[in-house]
Design a protein around this ligand. Structure first.
Ligand SMILES: C[S@@+](CC[C@H](N)C(=O)[O-])C[C@H]1O[C@@H](n2cnc3c(N)ncnc32)[C@H](O)[C@@H]1O
Length: 238
């Protein structure tokens, strides 16, 4: 097996691109601060919809093969990576939060999976290994990046021609409007919520298409009422 090099944080330079949200200029450590602070609690919290989560993992497993070199972005404490890595050739799971990655590494040490490595990296930064990956996984991440088109552009850079983006993402615009317009801003003001992007599933697919991806599947796996988390499989042509 090839050695797996953790990615390094590289996108700390300010950008002059006015199409980006102000958070795109935020230093990487600032982006990570919220997640570092809640990492232990996040690791301890139970998954809200376990049957829905298991359905997603089953679906992803069937898209992966033992020949695939896979990147996960925004992996959190690595729960999904630990479950999926045995079905890949190698899986590099990354997160902007060093606190999340420290917990992921503790879990990996307790339950070694030879295909798996964790690293700290910003999904908003350009791909560290362009064209290296057969698949990029992004679970509960794309609504949290600073710039959706920029992050998707980095995913496309990271993928080989024919490679897959497999994403499950909260569509905040599909929630009761009081949540994005009132609850989230209030929670942000008191440090209880991160910066979020508001889009629906149609806008998310449009952003993927803008970056040159072809949409292959759009699904919802939730088992508890309205499911705002859309599961999308998109392919880089070639
Ligand atoms: C809601 S958690 C999801 C974690 C994991 N993917 C899961 O499904 O349990 C969001 C994760 O995205 C990470 N994150 C937020 N912004 C990021 C960025 N720009 N680049 C990489 N990771 C980021 C956070 O640190 C956090 O671990």
């Amino acid at each position: 097996m090839d050695s797996i090099q953790p990615m390094s944080i590289s996108n700390t330079n300010p950008t002059t691109d006015t199409a980006r949200s102000p958070q795109a200029n935020e230093p990487v450590l600032g982006k990570a601060r919220f997640w570092d602070r809640i990492a232990r609690k996040y690791a301890a919290d139970p998954i809200a919809d376990m049957p829905g989560y298991e359905a997603t993992l089953r679906r992803v497993r069937h898209l992966l093969t033992a020949e695939m070199n896979v990147l996960e972005i925004g992996c959190g404490t690595g729960s999904s990576a630990l479950r999926l890595a045995p079905f890949t050739r190698r899986l590099l799971a990354t997160d902007v939060s060093a606190g999340m990655i420290a917990i992921a590494r503790e879990k990996l040490a307790a339950e070694p999976v030879p295909q798996l490595a964790f690293g700290v990296a910003d999904a908003d930064a350009p791909a560290a290994a362009p064209g290296d990956y057969h698949a990029v996984l992004a679970f509960n991440l794309l609504h949290l990046v600073s710039n959706l088109d920029g992050a998707l552009g980095s995913v496309v850079q990271a993928l080989r021609p024919g490679g897959l983006l497999i994403s499950k993402t909260a569509c905040i615009s599909e929630m009761n409007p009081l949540i994005p317009w009132l609850a989230i801003p209030v929670m942000r003001a008191i440090g209880k919520a991160p910066h979020v992007l508001c889009f629906d599933a149609v806008a998310l697919q449009a952003a993927m298409v803008r970056q040159g991806l072809e949409i292959e599947a759009v699904e919802r796996h939730g088992t508890k009422g309205k499911d705002i988390r859309v599961f999308i499989v998109a392919r880089k042509p070639g």
